[in-house]
Design a protein around this ligand. Sequence first.
Ligand SMILES: C[S@@+](CC[C@H](N)C(=O)[O-])C[C@H]1O[C@@H](n2cnc3c(N)ncnc32)[C@H](O)[C@@H]1O
Length: 210
Amino acid sequence: MSSEQYFDDDPTVASDPVVVDVTLPDTAFTMETDRGVFSHGHLDTATSMLLRAPLPLATSGDLLDLGCGAGPIALTMARRSPDATVWAVDVNRRARDLCRRNAERNALGNIRVVHPDEAPADVRFATIWSNPPIRIGKQALHALLLTWLGRLAPDGTAALVVQKHLGADSLQRWLTDNGHPCERLASKAGFRLLGVSPHAQSDDPEQAQR
Ligand SMILES: C[S@@+](CC[C@H](N)C(=O)[O-])C[C@H]1O[C@@H](n2cnc3c(N)ncnc32)[C@H](O)[C@@H]1O
């Protein structure tokens, strides 16, 4: 059995591309998936729950798909908000290549696929959506979320979808305790959809003036 994980930087497992149809109430597209990248051959159930939820989504500015994988979240954001710029970040090179190809496949010119270190530091996100990489471990996950949620615009919103048995409820408490008010927006089939607000004591000068 392979010891590779979907969040490896550079998967070496043999490629096996599979095209998947993604059909949502308001849009539909196809995307290529591959081995070595999360949810090979299907749209993940948690991701589907997030994409079907009536979540706020900014129509302009910068949006973030944190941990884009093959890109189902980034592609949906880009379709729903054609005037916005969608940043799709992932540590996994194969995921980034797939997401880039999937943006091209769907003629979506408003997606920027980058390694996390390549996202410009001054960009603030109006919306962050993520099916986050829970399996990287609690400490790494907490650090990752604080880094990116810290870049929410003062009036921005974030949504995370997390399995209950992988600690969704404790993550909700932890985020709230760490300055990011976090509420349960929906609960279905063992998954929680969490809504997260910007840090209450943001160092953003515009917010400080409010
Ligand atoms: C649960 S998967 C979700 C993938 C995709 N958004 C979807 O819904 O199908 C989480 C993704 O986060 C990526 N990831 C892991 N660590 C990361 C990090 N430090 N920064 C950015 N992405 C990371 C993984 O490579 C993986 O593609």
